[in-house]
Design a protein around this ligand. Structure first.
Ligand SMILES: Cc1cc2nc3c(=O)[nH]c(=O)nc-3n(C[C@H](O)[C@H](O)[C@H](O)COP(=O)(O)OP(=O)(O)OC[C@H]3O[C@@H](n4cnc5c(N)ncnc54)[C@H](O)[C@@H]3O)c2cc1C
Length: 284
């Protein structure tokens, strides 16, 4: 049987950083567990962040109006994507789990990692309009965010100055990872390593090491399955009326994004939900 593979997409400039330490713990622990670990060190290879015409080898389908998404879809089908993109796509194909390791930049990933997402997760390879979310192309794979912050945890709570971290994580976890079908594992958040004592940093690394041992067996986060929606253009890809009706008396929204004007299901984007209470509501 082929050795199972984990891909770490890594974005930090400094080998002495806390992010580098977190990456090294993951490589060591997962290797000891028997996984083959690939690291895409984006700054080290000077990974290009810009999605441009240079990503397509040969002629464009429509040179009058350059449409990156269309052109890269055709280039993917015809084997005409740039070599750096193809190399990353091969690593994704092989991986059972993809870990994105980065410092939080402006509530999101650093630009170089956003560029990886823009350029590697092309239409056809990573999604199609027929295959998305829980029916997505990578539905048999897992992915997770592992990141450091400058802010303390209290600042990213619903009553903290930055607002609820669950809201901040929705675009990356739902809009990118789950959109491509990945089962998204709860994020690993290292709160403010630059502003805490050395002992606290050591404890964070120990916690990560312990989590890694059971990571692949973890239950993923909860998202609203496609089956709750009318997946037609006439239906506007909206929640089916009977689902809305069924949810009317429930205390919480379905997910952070599908909140239906109700309180958000607690920790929807940071913790796998233990009970049925917050799972999407298609009681059959
Ligand atoms: C453009 C930009 C945007 C930003 N936006 C945000 C934002 O939106 N929200 C937010 O919260 N923050 C933001 N930040 C802050 C950023 O997220 C933090 O600076 C970053 O996450 C800190 O992680 P680091 O790996 O760079 O820490 P480092 O500064 O590299 O490390 C922290 C400490 O850990 C020590 N260390 C290194 N290795 C080890 C080890 N093995 N064991 C123990 N200690 C070790 C280091 O020596 C250092 O003292 C932003 C920063 C930038 C530059």
């Amino acid at each position: 049987m082929a050795q199972k593979t984990v891909l770490i997409v890594y974005a930090h400039q400094s080998p002495g950083s806390f992010n580098a330490a977190v990456r090294d713990v993951a490589v060591q622990e997962l290797t000891e567990l028997g996984y083959r670990v690939h690291v895409s060190d984006l700054y080290a290879v000077d990974f290009r962040a810009n999605a441009t015409r240079d990503d397509i080898i040969g002629d464009l389908k429509n040179s009058e109006l350059f449409q990156y998404g269309e052109e890269t879809m055709h280039a993917w089908m015809e084997g005409r994507l740039g070599d750096d993109i193809v190399a990353e796509q091969r690593k994704v194909e092989e991986a059972e789990l993809v870990i994105f390791q980065f410092p939080l930049y402006w509530f999101s990933v650093p630009a170089i990692m956003k560029g990886w997402m823009d350029r590697v997760l092309t239409q056809g390879f990573a999604f199609s309009l027929k295959r998305m979310y829980n029916n997505g192309i990578f539905k048999d794979k897992k992915a997770m965010l592992s990141f450091t912050t400058g802010a303390a945890q209290t600042m990213f709570q619903p009553d903290g100055i930055n607002g609820d971290i669950n809201v901040s994580l929705w675009p990356l976890q739902n809009g990118t990872l789950h959109f491509c079908g990945f089962q998204v594992l709860a994020p690993q958040i290292f709160w403010s390593p630059s502003h805490c004592p050395a002992a606290a940093r050591a404890a964070m690394l120990d916690g990560w090491r312990a989590r890694l041992r059971g990571l692949l067996a973890e239950k993923p986060l909860t998202f609203a399955p496609c089956e709750l929606f009318d997946l037609s253009f006439q239906g506007g890809f909206q929640l089916r009326p009977e689902v809305k009706e069924e949810r009317r008396s429930r205390p919480f929204g379905i997910t952070t994004g599908h909140h239906l004007g109700k309180p958000l299901p607690p920790d929807n984007q940071t913790r796998a939900q233990p009970s049925e209470e917050n799972t999407p509501g298609c009681r059959k």
